[in-house]
Ligand binder design. Structure first.
Ligand SMILES: NC(=O)c1ccc[n+]([C@@H]2O[C@H](COP(=O)([O-])OP(=O)(O)OC[C@H]3O[C@@H](n4cnc5c(N)ncnc54)[C@H](O)[C@@H]3O)[C@@H](O)[C@H]2O)c1
Length: 365
């Protein structure tokens, strides 16, 4: 395998802060944004001082529940008024780019939800804005922060796998579509279906464990045989795929197979699984009992004998992306899940959708 990845990092200048000063955090979008809020509040040196959501009822309910007094239906007004250090963007995907750029220009470091954007072109604009503002962008690839992911990564960093030549990464639901009529099923707001929604997490996890090799070729397919007829019956817009699959070839010769579905005739209600095959060992990380708990195993041989190993969970766990982001800013250290990695994922997603549409392989340069 390639050497473990260097964290690609947009270096920010740190505002001088006293040792006890708290970072002022704002959250935009209060669906998944509530999980961001809870995670920041657990860090002793972060405080969520303002929230924004276009839905006044959501804004009021979340503000009351978490005791956040500064509430805005317009994110731009919040950014102008609140002198924030950190902003989480957790809105529908179509707004990630404009809100992230607005927050960067207001001097904030941004933790943006996955997918980073609607396209690689948008992701590039976001990175340029971060560079110009000298602020950070982190992408909430939250599944890196499970104990099993961290345990595996620690083993991979020690070189246990040898050279990784193949990976398979899937997030498959038998029938787990978002409600029809919402933004998730609309290409103009979401950018795509389960691939950009669920697959994006598993793609990042596989790439992260593989050392973020450079993708070169993609051959992909997408289908919509189950969800589309159901949405038509309800007379709701659903113009994204319900299943996508892709084969990715990397510059270093490795291959990645990707599958993502909201609907498909499979055994499991919900299956998340990432496998890597290396010259010295292989690994698997998967969910257990169709839920959101995970298990991880490494498969290898010692003196010709097959061995299955449970990777040790590191003593110093990173509890969440929010905790990690705050720590990285406070201690002026590189953060994980950088905007540059988010861009590589967006390049892959663009190529997968383009290949699925054309029926031809797509080259990434
Ligand atoms: N990392 C994860 O595990 C994870 C999990 C779920 C969702 N997400 C991501 O989080 C984002 C939001 O998804 P969700 O499930 O919370 O959606 P949601 O529809 O439940 O919530 C989105 C919220 O954003 C608000 N909103 C919409 N436009 C806005 C704007 N311009 N300014 C401020 N608020 C606005 C809506 O009123 C709503 O309250 C998506 O990008 C999704 O992919 C990530």
């Amino acid at each position: 395998m390639a050497a473990p990845p260097k964290t690609i990092h947009t270096a920010p200048p740190m505002k001088p802060k006293s040792k006890s000063a708290k970072l002022r955090v704002g959250i935009i979008g209060l669906g998944m944004g509530r999980a961001h809020l809870e995670s920041y509040q657990k860090h002793p040196r972060a405080t969520v001082v303002a929230i924004a959501d276009t839905n006044p009822a959501t804004l009021a309910a979340v503000g009351e529940k978490y005791g956040v007094a500064a509430r805005y239906t317009d994110a731009a007004t919040m950014l102008a008024a609140e002198q924030l250090d950190v902003v989480s963007v957790a809105t529908p995907n179509a707004y990630h780019k404009p809100l992230t750029i607005a927050a960067l220009r207001a001097g904030c470091h941004v933790l943006c939800e996955k997918p980073m954007a609607m396209s690689a072109a948008e992701a590039r604009e976001m990175l340029a804005a971060a560079k110009a503002a000298r602020r950070r962008i982190m992408i909430n690839f939250s599944y890196r922060f499970t104990p099993q992911s961290q345990a595996l990564r620690a083993e991979v960093d020690k070189g246990i796998l040898g050279d990784v030549y193949f990976a398979r990464t899937v997030w498959l639901r038998r029938k787990g579509m978002p409600g029809f009529g919402g933004w998730f099923g609309q290409k103009a707001l979401a950018g795509g279906g389960p691939l950009i929604d669920l697959g994006v997490h598993r793609i990042d996890l596989a790439l992260w464990l593989m050392g973020y090799p450079k993708p070169r070729w993609v051959l992909a397919s997408q289908y919509n045989h189950i969800a589309a007829p159901l949405a038509r019956k309800e007379k709701k817009v659903f113009d994204v795929e319900d299943f996508a699959a892709a084969l990715v070839k990397f510059e270093n010769g490795a291959t990645l197979e990707v599958e993502a579905s909201w609907a498909g005739h499979i055994q499991q209600r919900e299956l998340m699984e990432t496998r890597l095959l290396g010259t010295k060992a292989g690994l698997v990380q998967h969910n257990t009992n169709g839920g959101y708990e995970f298990d991880a195993t490494i498969f290898t041989e010692r003196r010709g004998k097959e061995m299955d190993l449970k990777p040790a969970v590191p003593k110093k766990l990173m509890p969440s992306a929010q905790h990690h982001f705050v720590e990285s800013i406070l201690h002026n250290r590189p953060h994980m899940a950088t905007g540059e990695e988010g861009l590589i994922v967006m390049q892959l997603l663009d190529a997968i959708y383009a290949s699925a549409a054309s029926g031809e392989p797509v080259r990434i340069d």
